[in-house]
Design a protein around this ligand. Sequence first.
Ligand SMILES: *Cc1c(COP(=O)(O)O)cnc(C)c1O
Length: 394
Amino acid sequence: MPPVAPSSTRPRIPIAPVLSATSLRRARGPGLPSVLDAGAVRCVTSGRVAIALALRAMGVQAGDRVLVPAWHSPSMIPPVLWRGAVPVFYRVGPDGAADLADIAAKAPQAQVLMATHYFGFPQDLAPLQALCDAHGLQLLEDCAHAFIGSHAGRPLGSFGDYAIASTMKFLPVYEGGLLVSARHDLATVVLQPAGVAFEAKIALNSLERGFEYGRLALLRALLWPALALKDALRKPRGASTGPAPALAPSSSDSSFTLDPAWIDKRSSLFARVLLRLSSATRIARLRRAHYLRLDAALRCLPGIRPLYPTLPDGVCPWAYPLLVEDPDRLAARLGGAEVPVLRFGRPLWQGVDAATCANAVHLSEHVLALPCHQELRPRELDWLIAATRKAVGA
Ligand SMILES: *Cc1c(COP(=O)(O)O)cnc(C)c1O
């Protein structure tokens, strides 16, 4: 069997979950709820598509104002613009907590409040709901980092009028977003299948990513003749006749745009089956254990400190975020050592600067996050910790 081609830009360990033989293992005992437990669910192809559908379902129209946190993923803005609406950025505190006074000041002209549970850590929802009620705002809970988790005894995603999630950030799939509502039945959200080529591409990509990182070795051995044939067919032949239509929607690892062609498309069968078969209990338990190991090993090193002082009970983290004194230097050193690093909120949307919110600019520049997902193996976690300690200079 030919070796998997090494890539100089590929991190040594997967930055996001990859499919393995244990991906669908169950876990017993008490667990945490996921957004699937929060209400009615529609499976679409990305978190940003889910935002677009939520805004449409809320009746957001041209000229309406949508309050968006100044610390954000740039993929949160194109859905607002797609409705013809205006994003209005509100301030956040030094740890990303929504600034209630700033929201109250901006609420009278706005229709929707988007609130993000950064890295899986919930915003304080009671005062946000009270603000929305007082000003007639609809609440859109952005659970892109909080696919699993609870707050005040209820699933995240059940507090807003609508909620969205990004499947790719938590499961080994290459498209997927969820539109969720605890208050509306979503009957008006009608989705179309995206086609056989899309279905095949998503399933194959998921398998190939697993193979690339040394997972599913037996399956790879069985499948390699078929994969070799596919690679041979993929080699460029002669002049191309312009760009082919995209077989899959853009995802956060490649771009932050929104392609309207994907807005009413259903998520792949592969992603939907994986979603139903995955155990939120297992995922939460492993992510929390990995997070706590990283935290114990790294929290006291010079020049870095955890963004959050503790890991509260209901939280299932997306990643392990650090506040770093000299982030560009550390990011370069980690990159050189092939350590995967997530930098959330870079770039911020054009025009968002220190005058909009100094904390958002600081967080955007100074937060580096390490993966803590469920598919990291114990040896990979050991290596991640050792390589990070070395890069920090400890
Ligand atoms: C990634 C992300 C989104 C969008 O999700 P996609 O699935 O990449 O479209 C929305 N909000 C936040 C906070 C995100 O990090």
